[in-house]
Design a binder for this molecule. Sequence first.
Ligand SMILES: [Cu+2]
Length: 142
Amino acid sequence: MKRLLILAAALGSVSFASDMMMGKMSVMTVPLMGMGQMMGSAVVVAWPSGEHEVFVHVEGLTPGSGLYANHIHFNETNDAMCSMQNGNKIIGLNNLMADDKGMATAYTKLPASVKFMMTPMYLNIHANTPDAVGPSIICGDF
Ligand SMILES: [Cu+2]
């Protein structure tokens, strides 16, 4: 996992959209920022088949604090961003589970029927208390 994140970071300057149009696999990294010690990164691998793989790694959660909801958000007006929290449409990703060090990793494979990357989006990790899907606590703009 760490190796993939490092590889993806090295490839981060590759133009995502143009590679997709040329039918090659492409990789995009998205830094995730939260309050205090909370931070992380997301790596999105886009395959020529239209499938996407999304790896999310975060640190700084409360150790052993359970599951955290994890979504990509976008909207119809193409202006979704973390600072506005205005992405009323979501692509669900697998939950993150905080380990005993407050780290969590989630992997989600999305079928080609899930279309994204053509509009501004952000990846949100939500507070898990008092509600299962609370306000955003860590976010990254695509
Ligand atoms: Cu969400």
